[in-house]
Design a protein around this ligand. Structure first.
Ligand SMILES: [Mn+2]
Length: 325
């Protein structure tokens, strides 16, 4: 991908005239969200701009290695900012409780690769075909002649590695690989990323995965598979909700399975659901019926209902849709 000269110039001008910059990203931050936000913050540091990174949630355990991650804040220190820069975000409400701080910014720049929801921002650097926000940001920094340090490269590379599922997902384009190669050349530490993000799972999480696979249920000739984690399961194993990341894929990657559902009750009465599919079956449509959303093959929703009731309702609906599709 190429960022147009006009867009890069407009970006450079906005950043150039700002003296205080608030950097934001979405709640439940992933590697692309935090990696992009922290890379941008490190760049602002390098050119001597006052900046703060905000996020509703603190970093999950497997991203705690990212440079500067300990400085991410939930509350801004100033009353107002010249510029807000929001990364990997398509709707302002996804800022969670950091949203009000961004309304104190005189101007907002959005750098993102999601299909726009409300298209927020005064200047939008958005490419829905980009594999990760980190790819857009890398290209932008290259375009304006910014120096990318090894720490910045590690942050950006984390974004690409996580959003492409370690270069396995469909969005692993030539651009994803060539941008990654460039970031390795700049000193990005892929070994550290692999070790920290994917190879440092707590024992409690592994035990919980065992439980999830042992109690998995199947229907529609093993095409539909699901498993539930109750609040009691979390307490018994000592695992946290963030340790369940990737569980739904363990179910989806079974040969026969076309739709996988992971239901979790991290707090009593609060149920989080992840739905994944292969091929043309659109799970976002079903998630939307239940007040959630997402992409065609990866969606989610949240319920304030007992776990068993959510399971019954959702699985019944998925069975009906699958059997009539
Ligand atoms: Mn992303």
């Amino acid at each position: 991908m190429n960022i147009s000269i006009e867009l890069a110039e407009a970006f450079k001008e906005e950043v150039g005239k700002a003296t205080s910059i608030l950097i934001g990203t979405h709640l439940n931050p992933d590697g692309d969200a935090l990696g992009s936000a922290l890379a941008f913050s490190l760049y602002m540091d390098s050119i001597g701009k006052f900046n703060e990174v905000m996020c509703h949630h603190s970093a999950p355990r497997n991203l705690a290695f990212l440079p500067k991650v300990g400085e991410v804040k939930q509350v801004a220190s100033r009353e107002s900012y010249d510029l807000g820069v929001i990364l990997d975000l398509d709707a302002m409400d996804r800022l969670g409780r950091t949203e009000p701080f961004f309304s104190t910014c005189k101007r907002i720049i959005v750098i993102d690769h999601h299909i726009p929801h409300d298209a927020p921002g005064d200047l939008r650097i958005v490419d829905v075909d980009a594999p990760a926000t980190a790819v857009i940001l890398t290209r932008l920094l290259q375009q304006i002649g910014a120096h990318i340090t090894p720490d910045m490269a590690t942050c950006l590379l984390t974004g690409i590695v996580t959003d492409t599922g370690s270069f396995r997902f469909r969005n692993t384009t030539p651009d994803a690989l060539s941008t990654s190669a460039y970031l390795l050349e700049q000193g990005g530490d892929l070994n550290q990323i692999s070790e920290e993000v994917f190879q440092s799972k707590p024992l409690s999480g592994a035990k919980l995965l065992g439980h999830v696979l042992n109690t998995m249920k199947l229907a529609s000739k093993d095409r539909l598979a699901w498993s539930s984690i109750s609040f009691e399961d979390f307490t018994r194993t000592g695992a946290k909700d963030e340790d369940t990341e990737g569980f739904v894929n363990e179910i989806l990657f079974i040969t026969s399975v076309q739709i996988a559902v992971m239901l979790r009750e991290p707090k009593p009465g609060k149920v989080r659901v992840s739905i994944r599919s292969r091929g043309n079956f659109d799970v976002a449509e079903i998630a939307r019926e239940f007040g959630g959303g997402g992409h065609k093959n990866a969606a989610g929703c949240v319920f304030d209902l007992p776990l068993q009731e959510v399971e019954d309702r959702l699985i019944r609906r998925l069975k009906d849709c699958w059997e009539s599709s």
